[in-house]
Design a protein around this ligand. Structure first.
Ligand code: GRF
Length: 190
């Protein structure tokens, strides 16, 4: 481990497009390094990205994550300083929150406190935003506490919801905001 750099672990369950942007952003950073990818889904796209980028991965299982040590020893062994959730769908257990106070951040594809909470992820978020006739959506980057999508807000960016939007077209506009802002917001936190 290189202790002159801040070591970041990215947690992701899915395709990993945000993780990819973050990895790219920090590739030659003098400040921070993406040292670990943590994933709960064998076969997830993020694992191929990690493989291609030569980043270590940790595939985690429910029982040790929620009832055991939450894999904290593995994080400590890698010298992880900051945890970034980029499309990670499991709730973060209290033990992990206490081990990394104010050092876990999440991105959510809507303007919290609206359209967050259990079950509000991916397409479900954009469907609800459109169903309610919202004129605006966006992204929220926030600290993680023990409730879903609840910790204090670090950053928000907005985009319009257009009259003919489908969940897919809105998702694309929101994802562009995520890719544009998430890496820089992480850098500003370091
Ligand atoms: C993003 O929309 C993020 O806001 C949400 O999950 C999605 C992850 O997408 N929490 P990707 O795996 O980064 O492509």
């Amino acid at each position: 481990m290189n202790k002159s750099l801040i070591n970041i672990a990215i947690y992701a369950s899915g395709a990993g497009s945000n993780a990819q942007q973050i990895i790219r952003h920090f590739a030659n950073s003098p400040k921070a390094k993406i040292s670990l990818i943590v994933c709960n889904k064998p076969g997830a796209g993020i694992l191929q990205i990690a493989d291609k980028e030569g980043i270590s991965t940790l595939l985690i299982e429910k029982e040790p994550f929620f009832q055991g040590n939450a894999y904290i020893p593995e994080l400590k062994q890698k010298g992880i300083d900051l945890i970034v959730l980029a499309g990670f769908l499991w709730k973060i257990p209290p033990a992990l929150i206490h081990a990394y106070p104010d050092r876990i951040v999440n991105i959510h594809p809507a303007l919290l406190p609206n359209y967050g909470g259990k079950g509000m992820y991916g397409r479900h978020v954009h469907e609800a935003v459109i169903r309610n006739g919202e004129k605006e959506s966006g992204i929220t980057i926030h600290y993680v506490d023990e409730l879903y999508d609840h910790g204090s807000t670090i950053f928000q960016a907005r985009c319009p919801v257009l009259p003919d939007d489908s969940p897919e077209t809105l998702a694309k506009r929101v994802q562009e905001l995520e890719h544009r802002h998430f890496p820089q917001v992480i850098e500003d936190l370091l």
